[in-house]
Design a protein around this ligand. Structure first.
Ligand SMILES: [Zn+2]
Length: 473
């Protein structure tokens, strides 16, 4: 069965066809965290959906090249740094670290790159894009010295959000601080420096200032993945104006279709309400861990609902997640016990190797609830067969093999004591690559990341060895 996804752009389920032949990686861009505070579980719902998407594509034999940006300069990060009275870099660093820590707790696979907006390479790229937009008449510098995108010159503006531009004109009351714009919907590409920005500024042909949030993603995605990408993801709240603006900027410069499939994840609610600090229902990953739940349980709770359906997070749901995982654990233990057992008289071995329903469900716009439904139905049936002594070691082995395969997508197995997590192994591998390339800076960075996960790399004459770090539990 072919892979199908709901494309926000067309509002239709479309068959997935990568732009390049299968041998080339799929280019995937996912909007990452704005590091002005610790990300909440609603943010992580979207990151887990993206993780599921990447893992399923890989299960289906595709290679994926995924980029996730880190927004470390925009209004909120600048305000936060000012209020904390620390340099921007120092302020955002703690939330970057927290993001990686939480992503690791939730077993989210690492993207290939995490570009940061303040990296000079990307600032240069943003300036280059803005210059190109101005020369094409798609952007202008206003009297307030900021540079804006001219949405009236981009006829496709509003197509992703299915948004009627004339409505924006008729309802919009021009805000005081936006009087310089030609159109209420024109968005800032470059924000002229003002006192509140402190020493956060870069030079540009339009004077000192800083980039707008939207141009950051256009610059980083085109710099790392090229002019055209296969899949772009985010939460539904990114659709307008952020992704709409990304299309206008990127296509405005390149003249090519920027993204082929737009996938958006629905909101997370807590006890049926929007999460808000004022309602006391605002949770981060450590908040959930503090209640005695594990990262694995939270991963399951955030994963199990179809990504286009709002997910209602409740503590009851967390308990259900715990029960479901316990059923999986018991089932796996039983199967393992059976495969290790010498042959006994088995009445009849009716349990053939499992069918492909799990993968097929995920092919259908990542229908995870149907896929999990099939998993638990299989658990029920095989348990019954084991109860009745109707399963032999070979069938049990086939089920374990099947689990191993689907668990590359789910990543829900209980951690075994002392085993090196995949995450750490991958980082160690990347560090080896960096060492071969004599990229010592990256190699040191990777060593630090490994150490943050509680592991230590020792370079021995037989190559690098991983050991539990001194400071870990
Ligand atoms: Zn973005």
């Amino acid at each position: 069965m072919a892979l199908r996804f709901f494309n926000t752009y067309s509002r239709e389920i479309e068959e997935f066809e990568p732009r390049d032949p299968r041998a080339r990686p799929i280019r995937m861009y996912t909007c990452g965290p704005t590091v002005y505070s610790r990300a909440h579980i609603g943010n992580f719902r979207a990151y887990i959906f993206e993780d599921l998407l990447q893992r399923h594509l890989e299960l289906r034999g595709y290679k994926v090249n995924r980029v996730m940006n880190i927004t470390d300069v925009e209004d909120k990060t600048i305000r936060g740094a000012r209020e904390a009275n620390v340099p921007l870099q120092k302020f955002t660093e703690q939330f970057k670290d927290a993001f990686f820590e939480d992503a690791n707790t939730l077993r989210i696979k690492r993207a290939d790159e995490y570009p940061a907006a303040t990296d000079q390479r990307y600032i240069d790229r943003m300036i280059e894009l803005i210059g190109a937009l101005i020369s094409k008449g798609l952007a202008y510098q206003a009297d307030d010295k900021s540079v804006y995108f001219r949405i009236n010159k981009f006829p496709d503006y509003g197509k992703l959000a299915h948004f009627d531009l004339t409505q924006l004109q008729s309802t919009g009351r021009v805000k005081h601080d936006e009087y310089d714009k030609e159109h209420i919907g024109d968005f800032a590409l470059w924000k002229a420096w003002d006192e509140a920005d402190g020493n956060v500024k870069w030079n540009s042909p339009w004077g000192a200032g800083r980039p707008g949030w939207h141009i950051e993603c256009s610059a980083m995605s085109t710099a790392l993945l090229g002019d055209q990408i296969d899949i772009h993801c985010g939460g539904v709240d990114n659709i307008f104006p952020h992704h709409e603006a990304e299309i206008a900027q990127s296509e405005g410069v390149t003249g090519k279709k920027f993204v082929h499939y737009w996938l958006h994840c629905a909101h997370l609610l807590v006890d049926g309400q929007k999460m808000a600090k004022s309602l006391g229902n605002f949770y981060t990953v450590p908040d959930v861990l503090a209640k005695g739940y594990t990262g694995r349980e939270l991963r399951y709770a955030l994963l199990r609902v179809h990504y286009r359906v709002p997910l209602n997070f409740t503590w009851e749901g967390m308990n259900e997640a715990r029960e479901s995982l316990a059923r999986i654990d018991e089932w796996l233990a039983r199967l393992r016990e059976l495969t290790g057992r010498p042959r006994r008289d088995v009445r009849s071995a009716q349990q053939a190797a499992p069918a492909s329903q799990f993968e097929d469900a995920l092919d259908d716009d990542l229908n995870i609830s149907a896929a999990l439904g099939f998993l638990f139905e299989s658990i029920r049936e095989t348990n019954r067969a084991m109860d009745q002594n109707e399963m032999d070691a070979i069938s049990a082995g086939a089920w374990l093999e099947w689990w191993k395969r689907i668990n590359t997508v789910l990543d829900l197995e209980a951690e075994t004591e002392g085993a090196i997590p995949d995450e750490v192994t991958q980082l160690a591998q990347q560090r080896e690559n960096a060492r071969h390339e004599k990229n010592w800076k990256r190699s040191d960075e990777l060593r630090e990341r490994i150490s943050a996960l509680g592991w230590e790399v020792r370079d021995t004459k037989d190559g690098p060895k991983l050991a539990r770090g001194a400071g870990s539990m």
